[in-house]
Design a protein around this ligand. Structure first.
Ligand code: PLP
Length: 395
């Protein structure tokens, strides 16, 4: 008889956002006339920028004519897309060969699929609180998971020590949910640890476009990363393409373990398990990574940052401690009066109809914290901020 993957039995029952959706739905059924202010799930609200729309239309038109029609695209990406991503990195003096860039349909897919490259006996280290998919994808693959706690004392940016026995290290910077960003020294410590141990870092750069100032956007800005890191990125937050679906993964040619080349292995994987990503999306993706396209996607990010500012101002007025918001779309606040995070979720939903995300959903070390997202529309965000202020000030 067929034996299903037994590892699924080790997953926690309910997925965070599913559980929130159930609670919100139950509230809505009871109070159908009350508006809800959603600062919960990290989905964007701005439409695609003009450059993207024009490039999408142009690519659709190409598909309409026999002369310009494209069938299957190369599995690892069309040259124009891979070169555009290489150009995007070159702006920060990170030199990548386009053959080190693999197109994907988004970061979530890749974070799970990439585990195919590693034997499940290699334990994974996850800094927690963390994006839930790291833990679940590792458990599904039967991998042992170790946790390193991110807390206020380490500014939510834990550093390695040689007694940690991990072969795969997930790092997310800027972090979802805490909004914390590693500086160069912090990333260097992880790169040195990984090179010493022969570990591989899976660097989730989904929020890199929110980084300001001289902080690193990519792990490849740090010396030594080419021999120990894979970077996974997405257009979801960079360009607001959560529903459009496009991403890329960087695997340097130098990255080898036990005599096996991970770039070559991923080529083998992609050419076996995928038939490429839509030509239309790759054309538009290439268009937004340069010139006017870049200017427009940064305009959208500035728009979300204004929402973050409104929320941070409200928390400042209430004397509530928070992290993130500056280099990330998320604000990670301490729940008032030591409340538990699901209790604070219920309080906000029931009293002021604001939906956020309880920190506990990102792992036990997220207990006592709460995530607010700046991806909503500005009007709702302002109303939500006013309501939060009123509620917390009346104590
Ligand atoms: N990584 C992190 C840290 C995220 O927060 C998200 C989505 O919210 C993803 C990856 C997934 O992105 P994508 O939409 O590309 O699958």
């Amino acid at each position: 008889m067929l034996i299903p993957n037994q590892n699924y039995g080790n997953l926690k029952e309910s997925y965070l956002f599913f559980h929130i959706a159930q609670k919100v739905e139950a509230y809505r059924e009871k109070h159908p006339d009350l508006p809800l202010y959603r600062l919960g799930i990290g989905d964007v609200s701005r439409p695609l920028c003009d450059v993207a729309i024009q490039a999408l239309h142009a690519a659709v038109d190409e598909q309409a004519k026999e002369k310009t029609f494209h069938g299957y695209t190369p599995e690892c990406g069309i040259p124009e897309f891979r070169e555009a991503v290489a150009g995007y990195y070159a702006r920060r003096n990170v030199k990548l060969d386009p053959a080190e860039i693999f197109v994907s349909s988004g970061a979530s897919d890749e974070l799970g699929d990439i585990l195919d490259l590693f034997d499940p006996v290699s334990p994974a280290l996850i800094t927690q609180p963390a994006y839930p998919a790291y833990v679940d994808a590792s458990i599904m693959a039967g991998r042992k998971v170790l946790f390193l706690t991110a807390r206020p004392e380490n500014n939510f940016l834990p550093l390695p020590s040689d007694d940690i026995e991990a072969d795969l290290v997930y790092l997310c910077s800027p972090s979802n949910p805490t909004g914390a960003v590693y500086d160069r020294e912090g990333l260097q410590a992880w790169v040195d640890y990984a090179n010493r141990r022969g570990a591989v870092i899976l660097f989730d750069a989904a929020y890199e476009a929110f980084v300001e100032g001289n902080l690193p956007h990519s792990i490849f800005e740090v010396p030594g990363a080419r021999t120990c890191a894979i970077e996974i990125c997405s257009f979801s937050k960079t360009a607001g393409w959560t529903g459009t679906r496009l991403g890329y993964t960087v695997i340097p040619k130098e990255l080898e373990r036990e005599g096996m080349n991970l770039n070559a292995m991923w080529v083998r994987n992609r050419t076996t398990k995928t038939n490429g990503i839509s030509y239309i999306l790759q054309k538009a993706g290439a268009a937004v990574l340069k010139g006017e396209g870049l200017r427009q996607i940064h305009g959208n990010i500035r728009h979300y940052k204004e929402n973050a500012r409104v929320l941070m101002d409200a928390l400042d007025e209430c004397g509530i401690r928070y992290w993130g918001g500056k280099n990330a779309p998320y604000i990670w606040m301490a729940c008032p009066d030591g409340m538990k995070s699901w209790d604070f979720f219920d309080l906000l939903l029931n009293e002021i109809q604001v939906v956020g995300t309880p920190g506990e959903g990102f792992g036990t070390s997220g207990e006592g914290f709460f995530r607010l997202s700046s991806f909503g529309n500005p009007v709702d965000t302002k109303i939500a901020a006013e309501r939060i202020k009123k509620l917390l000030k009346q104590g």
